[in-house]
Design a protein. Structure first.
Length: 806
């Protein structure tokens, strides 16, 4: 075996061009697949890094009639499930997001979550420094500050080390919290969390008392031996009981437990598996390309194989030798592909961190699982491209091979080479169609009418610590005064305060009712709308047309009658055929007070460009001040928005240093909201480009080999009067036939996976004729032209030279 390996290495060394092309081709295919697998493995396959990961579940509220669920529970539902689900060992809730935390000398926006005292015990996570929350927390000590646990990076950034952070105090909404623990950097739940604040074990007022307010994300720990099915059976029983006990709020409502990992990564599962399937086609094309190279080389070596056979080598030994060569090439390609994957994984994780926010990003790495994947793919590749050449070479006819001296072109070998080219063209054409569909879909998504202005818009989020009603009213007045200050900055055209800017993370939605009808807490039976708070001038600053009525003004404050502005779709939905101005509306945001409709504005795509406009209720900030810790300011500028950030930040600090701020632009917010489709387009386009390059190389290689083998034939044809143009046409017709057959098969393949593609598209179907035509016009000429150089060379053959060489 060692002798055969040494002979193989020497043979490959003596053919550097073949070896380099084969290894590089495989490296591209294996590298692309390994990069994508490292993402799939880290995000979808690798277990969560928690001791109790396999037993942790997320609890969802299911709306049975609508067939949908949301990953939140109401406070009363949480209490009822906790007392009735015996299969659950622990239950914990959390709520929060990116909020302003006040430290000794500054305030900053960080991921901050209120959690129950058993939060870390449920995960089985021990702090790296200090302790977690005690079972009863600090709730029983009236004067003791509540506890806070912070992440290691937060501790190092603000207190120099984890140990130094212990005992320090931070404030949230004017409440002091003492840091009692620091968790290791490896603990990331929720994903962006850096501060965990101790909450009551039970939901608190005002949010915790309503069965219509779905504010708590709940997860639980299964008891040892309990199955997911058993838990869901208990949850269904509890849901049925609550439907009978509370028909107004719990009718057609139940609960569902799903594995925590599924909740974390379920939104990207389809996209990642789709991309993994696409990149696997690139590997198949690479293998077909190398198989063609191996077939051509095996044909050229027929005389060598015949001599070895004449000297006593068995067919099995000859086949084994060629398979060994295939394995060496495959593992060399795998080694280089692994190196490319390391680079590609780093580039991909950096790109997704900047633009996509892929879950479990830190778990994406080239580890032993990826290394084993490379070995498996290399073995599979060597089998895919090595079997046919080995089989062809092992059945060489001794006398024919010695007479032809390697120049013959066996019919079966020729057909196999043609088939491999057809496969390459088919797969590359199918990938081109897929990439084209995703690209057109992304263009439509990017150019959809949003209903609001995105260019030259600066967005500032501000967190003003407020706990009481008076604090909240003061915070709203402060921000509206700050708006007037920002308007004086050179380059600022207009500014306004808001809560719930489109495409942002902050917002609310829920049930509403109009014209005296009872507000239903049961969301499955109630009309629903988005809720947005805004100050005076918000609509003109955002470029949202006021269709009817008036904007909010300074008179719309907490002591005056409550008013609202509604979107056009809500006006049509609830006031069809009537003028909504002067009618009454009520919603489940924070107060059951009826509001008088004073205006109607155009619809906007509030959540993301891919979502249809939803009915929306706009309310004055001063009449709903309880969201003072989630306020935003939008500024329309005559200069680059980024150039205003430092000046706006310094002005805000001068006005109140305890107000935490962060900045972005409206264009960046919209861009972030379509990051996942952009990732699909970027990778699918890259894979399609590599596939087309390999298909072109495959077509060129086969046609070059064919013309080389038929030089004598072309010489005879030309000696008998054939023109160079006819020889050129002869070669090009062969290439065209292979291309047409490949395109036909690729078209059939694309149609067969149309259903999968439809789930990834916006604004068009997977059978879009324009995309198919564009892919056809792009791929066909390129592949056919790959045969132009060999055809041109054949047309320039000197008949005498060709016959003399023969």
């Amino acid at each position: 075996m060692f002798h055969e390996l040494r002979h193989t290495l020497r043979t490959l060394k003596n053919n550097p061009s073949f070896t380099a092309i084969a290894v590089l081709t495989l490296a591209l295919g294996i590298g692309a697949n390994t990069t994508m697998f490292s993402v799939v493995n880290g995000v979808l396959l690798r277990p969560l890094d928690y001791p109790n990961a396999s037993r942790i579940v997320q609890l969802n509220t299911s709306f049975l009639r609508e067939g949908r669920s949301i990953p939140r529970l109401t406070g009363p539902d949480f209490v009822d499930v906790r007392s009735g689900a015996s299969a659950l060992e622990q239950m914990s809730f959390y709520w929060g997001g990116e909020m302003g935390v006040q430290l000794a000398d500054h305030a900053e926006f960080v991921g901050t979550y209120f959690v129950t005292p058993n939060f870390f015990a449920t995960f089985g996570v021990a702090p790296a420094f200090g302790r977690g929350f005690e079972s009863q927390g600090s709730q029983g000590h009236e004067n003791a500050p509540r506890g806070a646990v912070v992440g290691l990076s937060f501790a190092q950034r603000n207190f120099s080390s984890g140990a130094a952070a212990l005992g320090q105090t931070l404030r949230m909404e004017a409440v002091a919290y003492q840091i009692v623990g620091v968790v290791p950097a490896s603990f990331r739940f929720p994903r962006e969390a850096q501060v965990w604040l101790e909450s009551s074990p039970d939901p608190e007022k005002p949010w915790g008392v309503s069965r219509g307010a779905y504010n708590y994300r709940v997860f639980a720990l299964l008891r040892p031996g309990a199955s997911l099915d058993a838990v869901n059976t208990q949850l269904a029983t509890i849901g049925t009981r609550l439907q009978a006990d509370f028909p107004d709020t719990n009718k057609n409502k139940s609960f569902l437990a799903i594995p925590l990992r599924e909740q974390l990564v379920g939104s990207v599962r389809t996209t990642l598996y789709f991309l993994m399937g696409a990149v696997s086609l690139v590997l198949l094309i690479a293998c077909a390309n190398v198989a063609n190279l191996m077939l051509a080389r095996a044909t050229a070596r027929q005389r060598e194989m015949a001599v070895r056979s004449a000297l006593g080598a068995t067919r099995a030994k000859i086949a084994r030798q060629l398979l060994l060569e295939s394995s060496v090439v495959a593992f060399a390609g795998g080694a280089l592909g692994l190196l490319l994957a390391v680079i590609g994984t780093r580039m991909l994780t950096h790109a997704t961190a900047m633009q996509v926010g892929l879950p479990r990003l830190a778990d994406i790495q080239v580890n032993w699982s990826v290394f084993i994947f490379v070995i498996g793919v290399s073995l599979l590749s060597s089998f895919l491209f090595g079997m046919s050449p080995a089989w062809q070479a092992s059945k060489v006819d001794l006398s024919d091979a010695l007479k032809q001296a390697g120049r013959g072109l066996a019919g079966s070998s020729n057909r196999l080479r043609n088939s491999l080219v057809v496969v390459q063209v088919a797969l590359s054409f199918a990938l081109a169609i897929g990439a084209g569909l995703l690209f057109r879909s992304f263009l439509m998504l990017s150019s959809v009418e949003l209903g609001y202005r995105t260019q030259s818009m600066l967005v500032m989020s501000a967190h003003d610590p407020a706990r009481t009603l008076d604090d909240s009213l003061r915070a709203v007045r402060f921000l509206e005064n700050a708006v007037e200050e920002m308007k004086r900055i050179p380059g600022v055209i207009s500014a306004a305060a808001a809560m719930g800017v489109p495409s942002g993370e902050i917002g609310s939605n829920g049930a509403y009712s109009a014209d005296g009808q009872e507000l239903k807490e049961d969301l499955s039976n109630a009309a629903q709308a988005n809720f947005t708070l805004s100050g005076s001038g918000y609509f003109s600053t955002m470029g949202i047309p006021l269709l009817h009525g008036r904007d909010f003004d300074s008179g719309d404050n907490y002591d005056h009658p409550f008013v609202a502005i509604i979107s056009d779709s809500l006006a049509r939905q609830s006031f069809a055929g009537k003028d909504p101005i002067g009618h009454s509306i009520v919603c489940g945001l924070d107060s059951p007070k009826w509001m008088t409709v004073v205006g109607v504005v155009a619809d906007v795509r509030q959540d993301s460009p891919g979502d249809s406009p939803r009915p929306t209720i706009y309310m004055p900030l001063q009449q709903h001040p309880y969201f003072a810790n989630q306020l935003q300011m939008v500024m329309r500028s005559a200069v680059s928005p980024d150039s205003l950030i430092d000046l706006v930040r310094s002005k805000m600090r001068a006005l109140n240093p305890e107000v935490a701020t962060k900045f972005t632009t409206m264009e960046a917010m919209v861009s972030d909201s379509i990051a996942t489709p952009r990732l699909r387009v970027m990778l699918a386009g890259l894979f399609a480009g590599v596939a087309l390059l390999l298909a072109v190389a495959g077509m060129y290689g086969v046609m070059n080999y064919v013309t080389t083998q038929r030089i004598a034939e072309f010489g005879v044809r030309m000696a008998l009067g054939a023109s160079p143009r006819s020889v050129l046409a002869l070669v090009m017709r062969r290439a065209a036939r292979l291309t047409v057959l490949g395109v036909t098969l690729g078209l059939a393949f694309a149609f067969s996976v149309a259903r999968v593609l439809n789930t990834q598209l916006f604004g068009l179907k997977a059978t879009d004729a324009i995309t198919y035509a564009a892919a056809l016009l792009a791929v066909t000429p390129i592949v056919v032209l790959a045969a132009a150089i060999p055809a041109w060379r054949a047309a320039r053959v000197d008949p005498m030279v060709a016959l003399r060489n023969e």
